[in-house]
Ligand binder design. Structure first.
Ligand SMILES: Nc1nc2c(c(=O)[nH]1)N[C@H]1C(S)=C(S)[C@@H](COP(=O)(O)O)O[C@H]1N2
Ligand SMILES: [Mo]
Length: 257
């Protein structure tokens, strides 16, 4: 997010909050400042603003990007088998018209997005290398919505620290895949909710209809088959407490590369 956008976001956030509290009709600013509700709203907005400012400054280092000629001929699919519920299969055949991305948790504006809506939002395209801890790498072109855009729309509350990705697939015991990243990594310009891979919709094997690209992190952080994003303040709010499917099985939560 640019400074201008943060400022605009803050302004709009304040405006909406005041409107919501029915305070926008109050005349004098002095009066407004005296009300407790206004003070509470201001604290939230300022708190959130400070957080975002802090997040803007540090490591926005970009991961290496490649050229078309570097794209791997084969990009293997890895992890759990694709979801095979009747709903998923029917929706895949129906170009994902029933699928929705739910965004909830510690946000001012919980939202739902259809795939078509996500595709009308500003997008980013990047050719990057995926590194799996199992010892293979592959380069692909990804197109999607920067997660920062979604964050601007839903407005995380000041206490939100992590974004949790809820996935549709399960292992053979029925445990759902999930992952989490810091708000800082979520705001990174190369962090995308990707719907296209190599100029085509992301194939089912690679996480259709929507998967995360978080290019400064190892492969297992790149959640496939995303169903929902949840903003949380701590890992205690994530069921098993370690922040991800593989983390629950001993991998490091921070998988920076
Ligand atoms: N939902 C979900 N996301 C997942 C996985 C998974 O099993 N389920 N596997 C992870 C691992 S270990 C890797 S290396 C990449 C593999 O992505 P790919 O199938 O496109 O190669 O997805 C990651 N995201
Ligand atoms: Mo992996």
């Amino acid at each position: 997010m640019t400074q201008r956008k943060v400022n605009r976001w803050r302004r709009d956030f304040l405006h909406r909050a005041l409107q919501g509290a029915g305070l926008i009709v109050l005349a004098g600013c002095d009066k407004l400042y005296e009300t407790e509700t206004f003070q509470a709203i201001l604290n939230t907005a300022e708190g959130a603003n400070r957080r975002i400012q802090r997040l803007l400054t540090p490591k926005d280092k970009l991961a290496q990007e490649f050229g078309e000629k570097d794209i791997s001929a084969v990009f293997r699919a890895n992890g759990n088998p694709a979801p095979n519920t009747p709903e998923y299969l029917a929706d895949a055949a129906n170009r994902w018209s029933a699928w929705r991305l739910e965004v909830n948790g510690l946000v001012v504006q919980p939202r739902e997005f259809s795939l078509a809506q996500l595709k009308t939002m500003p997008s980013r395209t990047q050719i990057t290398r995926h590194d799996c801890v199992e010892g293979w790498s592959a380069i692909a072109k990804w197109k999607g919505v920067p997660l920062a855009r979604i964050i601007e729309l839903v407005q995380p509350k000041a206490e939100a620290k992590y974004v949790v990705f809820r996935c549709l697939d399960t292992n053979s015991r029925g445990d759902h895949y999930y992952e989490s990243i810091s708000l800082e990594d979520a705001l990174h310009p190369q962090t995308l909710l990707a719907y296209d891979m190599n100029d085509k919709p992301v194939p089912v094997a690679n996480g259709a209809p929507l998967r995360l690209r978080v290019e400064n992190q190892l492969g297992y952080k790149h959640a496939k088959y995303i169903r929902a994003l949840e903003f949380v303040a701590s890992f205690e709010q994530i069921e098993k407490g370690k922040g991800g499917y593989w983390e629950d099985r001993g991998y490091e939560w921070y998988a920076g590369i």
